[in-house]
Design a binder for this molecule. Structure first.
Ligand SMILES: NC(=O)c1ccc[n+]([C@@H]2O[C@H](COP(=O)([O-])OP(=O)(O)OC[C@H]3O[C@@H](n4cnc5c(N)ncnc54)[C@H](O)[C@@H]3O)[C@@H](O)[C@H]2O)c1
Length: 89
């Protein structure tokens, strides 16, 4: 008897042509300049990385965290990459 877990999935046919991507298509997808982002848990870890990343993209960042020391540390880092106003709460 054949074990279904070992059976190969049917081959998905490849499209006959490569997909086309218009020139400059990706340029506007992540243009967040001038936006405001509230980053919950921005005082450490992923939230901190996201806050700093947003700042690099020209986003005004609001860093929300129960750990004010962490939030302050994120704010200090954010202020090294942008002159935009940012705040913590
Ligand atoms: N690190 C990973 O690889 C990973 C992967 C998948 C999912 N996650 C999830 O993503 C989230 C963040 O992960 P992390 O590694 O950055 O964790 P982390 O502990 O470094 O960061 C969490 C932050 O949230 C803050 N926080 C906790 N409760 C809060 C509240 N009520 N209001 C505001 N801030 C609050 C903490 O003070 C801390 O600064 C977690 O839920 C984690 O389970 C993490």
């Amino acid at each position: 008897m054949t074990d279904p877990a070992n059976e190969r999935s049917p081959r998905v046919p490849m499209p006959s042509e490569e997909p086309t991507v218009p020139a400059g298509y990706a340029n506007g997808l992540f243009d967040l300049k001038g936006r405001v982002a509230v980053v919950t848990g921005g005082g450490s870890g992923l939230g901190q990385a996201i806050a700093v990343g947003y700042a690099q993209l020209g986003v005004t960042v609001v860093i929300a965290d129960v750990n004010m020391d962490g939030a302050a540390a994120t704010l200090a880092t954010v202020q090294t990459v942008t002159a935009l106003d940012s705040l913590i709460f």
